[in-house]
Design a protein around this ligand. Structure first.
Ligand SMILES: NC(=O)c1ccc[n+]([C@@H]2O[C@H](COP(=O)([O-])OP(=O)(O)OC[C@H]3O[C@@H](n4cnc5c(N)ncnc54)[C@H](O)[C@@H]3O)[C@@H](O)[C@H]2O)c1
Length: 319
């Protein structure tokens, strides 16, 4: 019998990472090696230590000895990043170093090491702001309108146009929602839940703006699919991750939350986040037979009852 391959999940203690490691351990026979500097602690990983296929290395991707973490590794999924515009704006130097420079250095080390596939987690935020509401595809022009998406677009350009020996998959994920071992409350749907719970009111700007959404477990399933079907893919390939039916106007999501918590919605003016885009997910559906399995309404209910029962406590809520 051939030996199982090994996947390195960099940034694996995070929101998507914790959902991904769980899927990798249950749905594949891959060995899973997580690398993370534990910016948000490592509680999310404790559940995995009983699996023989799981191992963990603590370190900072910017400074760690890359050949050492790549030893015995066949696939790499890089999730390590400062995620979202507020934190990138607060720490612009670190955002550039982690999201761009360390990502490219890791990819270069992977090319040298000869990994089978490098998966970079990118974002649909790269599509930015659109006047008309056409469904954007992987070949449409990117319009980064924040430092966060600039670091992602610049990384994509190098990964897709340089490093010719490195098989690469760029996954542009929709905005995530849903339960995972590390849950974050700074993402659109969760932010509405946070406000409804803490402030008894939802503040909404850009009510009619469109945003594609995807459950965190469905992102994990997409990554697993890419790793298990990587030999069907092009050497350099890009996929939007989500589903056409989960392009939502922000007001629709806000109403879902306001009804569950019985709170009002206050529409406010703000130029803070002008993102407005609808995305097509036809490619991942037709080429990898990918379908999403969760819906936001279910997550609103699950997170609401976890808050009401105290399962999500103040520490988690304010992290
Ligand atoms: N959450 C979303 O809605 C979303 C959507 C699209 C794309 N993405 C991308 O997916 C990836 C994961 O996002 P997430 O929501 O899980 O974020 P997260 O902040 O929960 O996880 C990021 C992880 O990276 C680790 N990390 C950060 N800097 C590091 C460093 N220098 N060295 C080692 N580890 C480091 C952190 O400790 C954390 O565990 C990111 O690249 C993000 O841009 C996220």
């Amino acid at each position: 019998m051939s030996e199982s391959k090994t996947v390195l999940v960099s940034g694996g203690a995070g929101y998507i990472g914790s959902a991904l490691v769980s899927r990798l351990l249950s749905d594949t026979d891959l060995n899973v090696k997580v690398f993370d500097n534990l910016m948000y602690d490592g509680d999310s990983l404790l559940q995995f230590f009983n699996f023989k296929k799981f191992s963990f290395i603590k370190g900072d991707l910017r400074t760690f000895d890359l050949p050492k973490i790549l030893s015995g590794v066949d696939f790499v999924v890089n999730l390590a990043a400062l995620v979202g515009e507020p934190i990138c704006k607060k720490y612009p130097k670190e955002a550039q170093e982690i999201n761009f420079e360390a990502n490219i250095n890791l990819a270069k080390a992977c090319e040298k090491h000869g990994v089978d596939r490098y998966v970079m987690m990118s974002t649909c935020s790269n599509y930015g702001l659109r006047q008309n509401q056409e469904m954007l595809t992987e070949s449409d022009e990117l319009q980064p309108i924040s430092l966060y998406s600039e670091t992602k677009v610049n990384s994509e350009k190098i990964l897709l146009n340089e490093l010719p020996e490195l098989s690469t998959a760029v996954l542009r994920a929709s905005t995530a929602y849903g339960m995972a071992a590390r849950i974050r409350f700074d993402l659109l749907l969760h932010q509405f839940i946070y406000e409804a719970w803490e402030k008894k009111q939802i503040n909404l700007y850009g009510a009619n703006s469109w945003r594609p959404m995807v459950h965190v477990d469905d992102i994990a399933r997409a990554i697993v699919l890419v790793l298990t079907q990587h030999d069907k893919m092009k050497k350099k390939d890009v996929f939007n991750v989500g589903s056409n039916e989960q392009n939502f106007q922000k007001i629709t999501l806000a109403k879902m939350v306001s009804e569950r918590f019985d709170v009002g919605i206050s529409e406010i003016e703000s130029k803070n986040d002008p993102r407005d885009y609808k995305v097509s997910f036809d490619k991942i559906k037709s080429e990898l037979n990918y379908h999403t399995t969760h819906k936001p309404q279910e997550s609103v209910e699950q997170i609401a009852s976890a808050l009401e029962s105290g399962l999500i406590n103040n520490r988690i809520l304010h992290e």
